[in-house]
Design a protein around this ligand. Structure first.
Ligand SMILES: *Cc1c(COP(=O)(O)O)cnc(C)c1O
Length: 520
């Protein structure tokens, strides 16, 4: 493609992006295509000769876009945010243009040094201690795997790397501890790193769904007594289901007592720690060994960009280093070669987009945006708490509200004890809600339909409700299970999400609930 052709289509593409970001709200948030529908519109064989860019861009619009679920949509409330911004997109574009492979310092000095600088900026913004060194990984899953590898090697004196996993078994199987609410990437990491999934010890949680340190201590001691070898604790700050916050201070104390590696998975919630008033969520992090959070989730930096910090770069490097002759350079003693800080050799220039974002917003700009999201979450939480037909199923410390439709609940609440909405009641009392599930009757408040009442399966009702909500295409939400109960989740954090969008979500949810209960 010559420069003039590139310029023409480049301008066209940028115009398209600018319009898209401005108008994305007009599009249905979730794609409604059926499985196979996109593939069926694409040729089964690659083109033998080149096609025009006009034709390619036209197919992007007509074939690809209908199959896109718009994560950038202001009414996207599903999973977790993966938010974006203009500066991040521009940084990504320039990174694509440079197309460097930042595997070693010499292969692109600016990529390495900018990454060192912006990661240290993030470290300062989170208030992590100075001895933490940062590196960008593709995802939190990879960062957690890297942490598990470091923990494994430290525990075995680097013997597994040298002699295979049998060496690690010599002193008893290595054990990793994480709460019942920890992310699935922890189990995946154990499988890949050779620990074996059965050596992930699921630690119990308290009324707020946070790891219970007493149970952790108990399980570590029990493993020791059985001749197993406790190796690593993965603490979750902001669980995926409900943003439950494991308490780092007591966890670190236990880890230090038993000589374990502590890794913090703060993939979503870490961003909130740039707020002085939310710093407490990572209190105790000075004592952990590694920490990950994703600027690609809630810090306006397009996917992918995961910030991994480690207090022991020497262990990290020793675990992952490999120096074939063709990668040796004369400056290896003076520089950072990030190929030794992760799994992959080739590395994208991701620091560029992060640098653009941090400079464009500034710390105060980022804080202001996060504060808006947090305030919206509290407002939504309040609406749920005040509704007689909905109930909260977890605390709302950050941006995610877990709740469910429970018609007639209002009349079951005694004296409003639970109706202040704080999930302390919902989360803390286990038998209560379960018992209530069985007794809630069809038809809402119980003022009608006596004699024909049947118990409503609240889980099934909420499943139907979620399907109905998403069928509308106005908002997109997903679900989870907490303590075995099906619940709806509203996760707030898209760049353009404002109060009107959250208000609209609540209206859509209530309207869908009326339709579902009418059919049920
Ligand atoms: C989203 C999430 C992950 C996975 O993040 P990836 O970057 O997609 O690997 C892990 N842990 C928690 C707590 C998360 O919220």
């Amino acid at each position: 493609m010559d420069a003039e052709t590139f310029r023409r289509h480049g301008h066209e593409a940028i115009d398209w992006v600018a319009d898209y970001l401005r108008d994305v709200e007009q599009l249905p948030v979730v794609s409604s295509v059926s499985p196979g529908e996109i593939r069926a519109q694409l040729p089964a064989h690659p083109p033998a000769t080149g096609e025009s860019m006009d034709a390619i861009l036209e197919d992007f619009r007509s074939v690809i876009l209908p199959g896109v679920t718009h994560w950038n949509h202001p009414r996207f409330f599903a999973y977790f945010p993966a938010n974006h911004s203009g500066p991040a997109i521009l940084g990504e574009l320039l990174s694509a243009a440079l197309g460097v492979n930042a595997m070693v310092w010499q292969s692109c000095p600016a990529a390495t040094e900018l990454e060192e600088v912006v990661m240290d900026w993030l470290r300062q913004m989170l208030g992590l201690p100075e001895d933490f060194r940062g590196v960008i990984q593709d995802t939190a899953s990879t960062a957690t795997l890297v942490a598990l590898l470091c923990a494994r090697e430290r525990a075995t004196g680097f013997e597994v790397n040298a002699r295979g996993f049998a060496a690690g078994e010599e002193g008893g199987a290595l054990r990793v501890y994480a709460s019942e609410e920890a992310h699935s990437s922890v189990e995946k990491g154990l499988k890949i790193a050779g620990f074996g999934a059965e050596h992930l010890v699921r630690v119990g949680v308290d009324g707020d769904l946070a790891l219970d340190p007493e149970d952790l201590e108990r399980r570590i001691r029990a493993d020791r007594d059985r001749g197993l070898r406790p190796c690593c604790i993965v603490a979750t700050v902001g669980s995926t289901s409900s943003t439950a916050l494991d308490p780092l201070e007591p966890i670190v104390a236990i880890a230090e007592r038993h000589g374990l590696w502590t890794h913090v998975d703060a993939a979503l919630a870490g961003s909130a720690a740039i707020l002085p008033e939310k710093q407490w969520i990572i209190k105790g992090s000075a004592g952990v060994d590694s920490f990950v959070f994703n600027p690609h989730k809630w810090l306006f930096t397009n996917f992918d960009c995961s910030a991994f910090f480690c207090r022991h770069p020497e262990i990290l490097i020793r675990t992952l280093t490999i120096t074939p002759e063709y990668l040796r350079t004369p400056v290896d003693e003076q520089v950072t070669n990030f190929r030794d800080w992760g799994i992959q050799l080739g590395r994208r220039f991701r620091a560029l987009k992060l640098w653009f974002v941090l400079r464009h917003y500034g710390i105060e700009g980022l804080r202001a945006r996060l504060r808006e999201h947090l305030a919206l979450a509290q407002e939504f939480r309040q609406w749920v708490a005040e509704s007689p037909d909905f109930e909260l199923l977890a605390q709302v410390p950050l941006n995610t509200i877990c709740f469910r439709y429970h018609p007639g609940l209002g009349t079951k609440r005694s004296g409003g004890a639970a109706s202040d909405g704080d999930a302390a009641g919902a989360a803390g009392v286990d038998a209560g809600p379960a018992a209530r599930d069985a007794e809630v009757s069809r038809g809402g408040s119980g003022s009608r339909g006596e004699g024909t009442r049947q118990p409503v399966d609240v889980d099934r009702l909420n499943e139907a409700l979620l399907a109905e909500i998403n069928r509308g295409g106005v908002i997109y939400m997903t679900h989870t299970k907490l303590r075995g109960r099906y619940c709806l989740r509203l996760s707030i954090g898209q760049t353009q999400t404002a109060r009107e969008h959250v208000r609209r979500a609540w209206e859509e949810i209530q309207a869908a609930a009326k339709r579902v209960i009418a059919i049920d």
